[in-house]
Design a protein. Sequence first.
Length: 283
Amino acid sequence: MSDAAVSQFDEFFTDGARFESAVPQSGQQKKAKDKKVTALKIIVAVLGFFLLVEGLVYSLVIPCFSQPSVVYEGLSLASREAVSAKLAPLAGAPWSRFDTEKAVALLSSVSCIESVSVDKQFPDKVFVSVKERLPVAKTILSVNGRSKPVQIDENCVLFGMQADAAEQDNSIPLISGIPVDALQEGMRLPAKYRVLMEQIAAIRKLPQKYFAAISEIQVVPKEYGNYELALYPTQAKVRVLTDRSLTEDALKYMMVVLDVVNSIEPDVVEVDLRYDSLSYRCR
């Protein structure tokens, strides 16, 4: 009887020892598992960091040191190819070393550009904003023995005719007789023609298309540097002589006179409206 009790007592302590040994083993496994999770988190964080750095390098750093993407705004008369050709000295320069001031100087030499601004936008964009000259008249000049159509803005600046639509626009009058020996990029007419260009610009802003009825405006030089005008209507083979005052009222008066004179004398070849008088000459 006593032996059995001793045996049961020993078994109780044996099972307790096993239980105690089992508890630390479970804690060790948990710690090991926690270490593995922590290590995995560290690896994921490190990989994520390197991926983030790589993304920043490819999206921000590399574009800064590559050739920029140029975006043009405001181009209508000038072609993008012609303007891009002016930036050829800056070709190959990365965005970080793209010289905006030099780009403005190069583009300002384009005759049809009145003003230009160049701005860099991180990481690889260059925006070129252009304000083109607005033509108020056109003329034909002899360049190297060849006739070349050019346009004139309100400030008397001559610039190339880049678009066929501008050449066919009958609201832009043709001016002849302007003394220009050689055409240069961005050259200006003498200051005395500034008033004429301003008058033409004012008439072109009116809703009536007066210049559609005039095929040519000829500048007739006079003594002491002055000049007069000779107008050629499109619907009549008549030359109309007038002074330097080219206004809406003057054009209306001219059209009324032409109707009256043609009804009286169909063979009229010249009408003189100078000096506040009216005279005409027949064939």
